[in-house]
Design a protein around this ligand. Structure first.
Ligand code: LMR
Length: 355
């Protein structure tokens, strides 16, 4: 595998098959690891970290920071290999890869845990639930977040922490300010029932697609629009496939960093502590960056000559917010009202300021 990041839209559809990853698991430490640059010292422990976004996103930068911290603190004994941009595994196969031992770390968006048997994580997808990142952190960094991470064990995962990407904006080839604008549009969503319900409530037709296929689906007209934080919108080159971006800020996107108990429990207590500490610091670094990169990206999209950027009036925002009500009722039926009440309790008292 070449050690460079291909533009997302140039990526071949097929990646390294899972079987290959499995072979790597057993062969990795005896020098048969994937065709990465040859390094002189052989590490005692290899940690492969696969994710779907580019290295210059908050998550991509967090993963690289983690790699650096681990290399320094273990004096090269533990090597983290980061595979960004769905180049090793993508939305369709990354959970399976973790289960089979083909990778040791993932950081899927919270929206993707429903398909892995944990629908409660879709609470974060509820539209207009959070006003700002401070509210999100009161949930993810408090007892509710702790309990959610613990629940990952039910699906053979070890939850190591939450990280923010940011708030999502809507894009299409027309403004999306009022419900009437959404009518009939096919909009790409992640594999989350809440997001599917959200798009239906808005009057659009949701199309579930892997992240790595979003740009080509937009460029070829398979879908008409998408929802993304600005960092993903820009780094995937979606401004080349969409003419209009509406600053809806209607929903949150965040991640959970997960490992597999077979790998995690095989580590010494000292290595677990080293990896945990490095990850905590890397996530703090990533979170500081996500807010800053979002601000920079907003300036950048406003300067793009081909892209029209639209704001919502208070009345338009209120109309979209009303649609959220139905989605929340559907979620309560599926997951139970208890978790939503806990999340609301952690959010309150609501803050007026943006993050
Ligand atoms: C998406 O599929 O839109 C996101 O989950 C991608 C990501 O990991 O930020």
């Amino acid at each position: 595998m070449p050690n460079r990041v291909r533009p997302n839209h140039a990526r071949p559809l097929r990646r390294r098959p899972l079987l290959h990853g499995l072979l790597v698991t057993f062969a990795g430490l005896s020098g048969l690891a994937p065709a990465r640059p040859v390094r002189s010292a052989r590490p005692e422990l290899l940690v492969r970290f696969s994710h779907v976004v580019t290295p210059d996103t908050p998550k991509g930068r967090m993963a690289l920071h983690f790699r650096q911290l681990v290399a320094q603190r273990s004096a090269g004994r533990i090597r983290v290999e980061v595979y960004p941009d769905s180049e090793l595994y993508g939305d369709e196969d990354e959970f399976e890869a973790l289960k089979l031992g083909a990778v040791e770390l993932l950081a899927p968006s919270l929206s993707k845990f429903g398909q892995a048997g944990l629908p409660e994580f879709e609470v974060f997808d509820l539209p207009f639930l959070f006003d700002d990142l401070a509210q999100v952190r009161r949930v993810t960094q408090g007892p509710v977040g702790r309990r959610l991470l613990d629940r990952l064990a039910r699906q053979q995962m070890v939850g190591l922490g939450f990280m923010d990407s940011g708030f999502k904006q809507m894009s299409a080839n027309r403004p999306l300010r009022a419900l009437a604008d959404f009518k009939g549009l096919r909009l790409r969503v992640q594999a989350s029932r809440v997001l599917v319900a959200q798009m239906r409530a808005l009057g659009a037709e949701p199309v579930v697609l892997p992240f790595g296929e979003t740009r080509s689906a937009l460029a070829s007209g398979v879908v008409d629009g998408a929802e993304n934080p600005l960092s993903n919108f820009l780094t995937q080159g979606l401004d080349g496939a969409q003419t209009d971006l509406t600053l809806t800020r209607h929903g949150y996107l965040g991640y959970a960093v997960v490992s597999h108990p077979r790998f995690w429990d095989s580590l010494s207590a000292a290595d677990q502590a080293l990896l945990r500490q490095a990850l905590t610091e890397a996530i703090e670094f990533g979170n500081r960056l996500s807010a800053e990169l979002d601000r920079q990206a907003l300036e950048q999209v406003r300067r793009l000559p081909r892209l029209r950027v639209h704001e919502l009036s208070p009345a338009q925002r209120a109309e979209l917010q009303r649609t959220a009500q139905a989605v929340q009722l559907g979620f309560e039926r599926r997951v139970g009202a208890g978790l939503l009440a806990e999340v609301r309790g952690a959010i309150a008292p609501t803050t007026a300021a943006g993050d």
